[in-house]
Design a protein around this ligand. Structure first.
Ligand code: SAM
Length: 480
């Protein structure tokens, strides 16, 4: 004799089978119930779930639509119907189901998440953000919601907030490769890639640390302009400074610097200010003017990252009259060169039979190039002149923003000068000089090279007059 079991027990058995992944048997149990009770909402709803788990979306939709018709206020049936419709590619029907489910119960993380997902894919990133945030509040343990929230922030151009969401997610799910990958991808797309080779430039780091040790005095209030990772600020504390105010214009980097400073236990001695230095206000961002400035905001032609206006502003607004500065000065050197290799990048004409000359606009002639040329290879670049000082900068006073210098330069090798090669020395502290001359192997800075507007024939032994003007860009002219 077969034991008669009630419907509730049968439903419970079916659900256990579903949970165990035994969907075929589960569906048989629910079918059995439906044979004698065609309107059993639970059996219909769970049949829908079973069919969905088997990948039979059409059948799932049919079960769930029947269940919904009988229990229109059951948000779980609507949510499952929405999922089945979404899997079947019926986006409008899915949206309508999730919307109805949400109106019945906005306290369900899954409903908020899926409605957010559909809203995001309909192009409404703001609406999706609200729904994901709501979902996350209800269920912060769902890693997918963190990922989707970061994605809609990214779509809105709010990279810093997206990265913050991912950082929290990474702390919560440290082994989740998707989160680590997306965070890395977003961070590396937001922050210039040269930060890593720069930090790996041990000669640069050591030269700065020697200068910091030489110049920090106990009790100093230090201003670090352009702190990046916070490295120089931490060196200053290690050298005995009382407090470092470290500003960084890139807010994403500033967040990383804060994380690094905390990780190294300096959060009480280093204040990270996510601002450009020219926005800092004494009394608000710093209690008083600084005793020491440390900064490394130098590109390969030394002044291209804005050190002149930055220093000028700092002397007027942020530094004590007697402040010490690192570096104390810099000298930019130049030499006339013949670099046929570079011409190929600067004058785009016919390529594979097509006239591509409008692309030449990308090679603005008054900007220096980042091309990484090995200047020791004579087929790439010939140095035609003795070196000359384009300009010596004294950072111990407010520097001029524009300048013009004249040099008489001896030609050491005959050729057609078409470019100027530049490199620099940083006078970091007395006896601590860092140079980018001949540094191709192990240092991240390369020399800069700028194409001349007019090529000039030069003969070995002659002298040429080179005037160098700077007014936001370098303008070189050569008189033979
Ligand atoms: C070359 S990195 C050096 C980073 C760090 N100081 C180091 O030495 O490792 C310069 C950084 O300064 C920032 N920066 C440049 N000028 C700035 C300014 N005036 N105010 C704040 N940040 C600035 C840039 O965003 C960049 O992250």
């Amino acid at each position: 004799m077969t034991a008669v079991i009630d419907v509730d027990t049968q439903i419970a058995q079916g659900v256990s089978l579903i949970e165990a992944g035994r969907t075929v048997e589960a569906l048989e149990v629910f079918q059995d119930i439906l044979k004698s009770d065609t309107g059993n909402v639970q059996a219909l709803g769970w049949s829908g779930v079973g069919a969905f788990l088997q990948g039979d979306n059409e059948r799932a939709i049919s079960f769930l639509q029947n269940a919904h018709a009988l229990a229109p206020e059951d948000f779980q049936i609507l949510a499952n119907l929405g999922k089945a419709c979404m899997a079947a590619g019926q986006v409008a029907a899915a949206h309508s189901s999730f919307q109805k489910a949400y109106e019945i119960s906005s306290n369900d993380a899954e409903v908020c998440y899926y409605l957010g997902y559909i809203t995001e894919h309909a192009g409404d990133a703001v609406g999706a953000e609200t729904l994901y945030r709501q979902a996350l509040k209800i269920n912060p343990a769902d890693r997918q919601i963190h990922l989707q929230l970061s994605n809609v922030l990214h779509l809105q151009g709010r990279q810093r907030e997206a990265l913050r969401v991912l950082r929290i997610a990474e702390a919560r799910f440290p082994d989740d490769r998707d989160i680590t990958f997306v965070r890395g991808q977003l961070a590396s797309n937001s922050v210039p890639g040269w930060h890593l080779p720069m930090l790996a430039d041990q000669a640069r780091n050591d030269a700065y640390e020697r200068a910091i040790i030489a110049k920090v005095q106990p009790g100093d209030i230090v201003l670090d302009i352009g702190t990046g990772s916070g490295l120089l600020a931490m060196m200053a504390i290690r050298a005995g400074a009382a407090h470092v105010y470290a500003c960084e214009a890139d807010e994403i980097l500033a967040d990383l610097a804060r994380e690094i400073v905390e990780r190294n236990g300096f959060q009480n001695q280093i204040t990270i200010l996510p601002k450009h230095s020219t926005s800092l206000v004494i009394g608000e961002d710093m209690p008083r003017r600084a005793d020491l400035l440390v900064t490394e905001i130098f590109d390969r032609a030394v002044i291209g990252e804005g050190v002149l206006p930055t220093m000028n502003h700092a002397w007027q607004n942020l530094l004590d009259k007697k402040a010490r500065v690192i570096p104390e000065g810099a000298t930019l050197f130049g030499a006339l060169t013949q670099a046929p290799h570079l011409q190929r990048f600067h004058h785009i004409e016919t390529i594979n039979g097509f006239d591509l000359s409008p692309m030449t606009v990308l090679a603005h002639p008054l900007t220096y190039r980042d091309a990484q040329i090995d200047f020791s290879k004579s087929d790439q670049c010939h140095i035609l002149s003795e070196p000359f000082a384009v300009r010596a900068f004294d950072f111990q006073v407010a520097p001029d923003l524009a300048f013009r210098t004249e040099n008489s330069v001896r030609i050491s090798e005959s050729g057609e000068a078409d470019s100027i090669l530049m490199w620099f020395d940083l006078q970091l502290a007395p006896g601590v000089v860092f140079s980018t001359h001949n540094t191709l192997e192990h240092q991240h800075w390369r020399q800069a090279t700028q194409i001349l507007l007019d090529r000039v024939d030069c003969q070995s032994g002659q002298s040429v007059d080179i005037s160098s003007a700077y007014n936001g860009y370098f303008d070189f002219s050569i008189g033979v």
